[in-house]
Design a protein around this ligand. Sequence first.
Ligand code: COA
Length: 164
Amino acid sequence: MVPEVVIRRALDEDAGELLTVQRAAFVAEAQRYGDPFLPPLREDLDAVRAAIADQVVLVALRGSRVVGSVRVRVEGATGHVGRLAVAPDQQRRGLGTELLRAAEDAAPQSVSEFRLFTGGGSAENVARYERAGYTRTAESADDRGVPLVHLAKTLRRRAPAHRP
Ligand SMILES: CC(C)(COP(=O)(O)OP(=O)(O)OC[C@H]1O[C@@H](n2cnc3c(N)ncnc32)[C@H](O)[C@@H]1OP(=O)(O)O)[C@@H](O)C(=O)NCCC(=O)NCCS
């Protein structure tokens, strides 16, 4: 029987497998842009371990196998979502959507807006974020000329229950 997927906070010992999944997932983006040096592919193990220590990093596990990841870097009231990745053989089953939702839920209550960016040529990524409630805010290019679309989503966090 195929085990269910469990999403939880990443631990230091998840770093190696997380990096492997991230690299496998982002190869498709590298091929799309003809650039093998996209930031998620340049990142090394120490950088992933630092992210796990400093940011909200989630992993999706199917049994003992890491099959996806996402992270949120909190800066004031803004949560910067990044590195959303699902292992190639596990894609198109709703896991990416689930990880994005879990990342938003795991961010501290002080976060009132999420920001993220994706490759401007990745129409399906942009469409997925728009379906998840994000709207386009800007376009730019990274330091190697890859076009980027920036998106943001303002949260309406539920107000704390009023006690008379
Ligand atoms: C982007 C990424 C994380 C999406 O992960 P995913 O698990 O495939 O995402 P989902 O399954 O939630 O959605 C993907 C598609 O599967 C469809 N889908 C969702 N659940 C499904 C199901 N149960 N059965 C069939 N299809 C399903 C969705 O409708 C969606 O289709 P669409 O893109 O044509 O609209 C993954 O493709 C990836 O790792 N890509 C490389 C890295 C990357 O680009 N990251 C984002 C950069 S910002």
